[in-house]
Design a protein around this ligand. Structure first.
Ligand SMILES: [Zn+2]
Length: 324
């Protein structure tokens, strides 16, 4: 007997790229497509690009797949009202502020459309298809350009009274710390966001910190990324290891704040920067255990995310299965 399989379109709207895919109900991406967002050209152009890439994806799908697409899910940056569909204050897509993307896509494609903040979508994705399967209360953080978060309570995405809950990257870890794009100072993402890590390393090497990193980038400091920092750590570079150590401690501190607020059974740590694996996890867990109540620290599972390169698309598509 052939099992009936439904499909969903997942759209991961980023400041640089739009990634899309057709995903089946088992969480397998069967077709994918990517295109530049071209955010600098204004919101009309961005909307056109989103439509074009969905159209192109649909045109490549087999007719029997196309027929069984039950909806479109979108993960978008900023404060996203998933009920109305309006995007607010997207940090890297300022032109999309106030746009009702859900309505726009729904009208254009005549398909039920679901939308959430991208990190919220990722959390729903890990809960549906990844590390958080079967958990009741879990929190997801994603370490990328910034630090995104998503909270699942009672098996459902928790967005709070104003659809804004889960902005975990803006948990303050240093009261008088670095200025953040949100207007606050000392937010954790200003220390552990990929660009901030790169910027910090660049500055410190420029000011004379000795590290193999300079050699790895052939003297071109603009090429420094968290991945280069990881490479250096793997080569036993003392400076690189000390930076990962600090990043891990900062993330660990935030995990304590999250655990004490939400009390989840699991915290999933994903995103590009989490690829650092033990270089991040070891100091992170050490700091968590140092600061957390003994009773709690022995109960909460802290694990690496399971959705890897397709995380954005899988997360977005999971909004459809969950009717977020
Ligand atoms: Zn902030």
């Amino acid at each position: 007997m052939v099992k009936k399989v439904d499909y969903a379109v997942g759209v991961d709207l980023g400041g640089t790229n739009i990634a899309t895919g057709i995903v089946n109900s088992a969480g397998k991406v069967i077709l994918r497509e990517k295109a530049p967002t071209l955010a600098g050209l204004g919101h009309k152009e961005v909307l056109k690009n989103i439509c074009n890439i969905i159209l192109s994806l649909l045109s490549k799908a087999e007719p029997q797949v196309r027929k069984r697409i039950i909806g479109i899910g979108i993960g978008a940056p900023g404060l996203v009202d998933h009920k109305t569909g309006i995007i607010r204050e997207p940090p890297n897509l300022p032109g999309m502020n106030g746009i009702n993307l859900k309505k726009y896509i729904e009208n254009r494609f005549k398909k039920k459309t679901f939308i959430a903040n991208d990190a919220n979508a990722y959390a729903v994705g890990e809960h549906t298809f990844g590390a958080g399967r079967g958990t009741k209360n879990m929190v997801c953080i994603t370490l990328g350009t910034g630090l995104g978060g998503g909270i699942i309570i009672g098996g459902k995405l928790y967005v709070g009274s104003f659809q804004t809950a889960g902005e975990l990257g803006h948990i303050v870890i240093r009261k008088e710390g670095r200025p953040c794009l949100c207007g606050n100072t000392g937010c954790v993402e200003t220390y552990v966001g990929a660009n901030n890590i790169a910027e910090r390393v660049r500055k410190e090497i420029k000011h004379g910190k000795r590290s193999i990193i300079l050699e790895l980038v052939g003297g071109d400091l603009s090429l420094i990324t968290p991945l280069i920092l990881l490479q250096a750590a793997k080569l036993n570079d003392k400076y690189a290891r000390s930076v990962w150590n600090e990043i891990g401690k900062d993330v660990g501190t935030v995990l304590v704040n999250i655990a004490n607020t939400v009390g989840p059974e699991m915290i999933v740590v994903g995103g590009g920067v989490s690829k650092a694996g033990e270089y991040l996890f070891k100091p992170m867990l050490k700091e968590f255990n140092k600061r957390e109540f003994k009773y709690i620290r022995n109960k909460i599972k802290i694990v690496q995310g399971e959705l890897l390169d397709d995380a954005g698309v899988l997360g977005a598509s999971s909004l459809v299965w969950n009717h977020v």
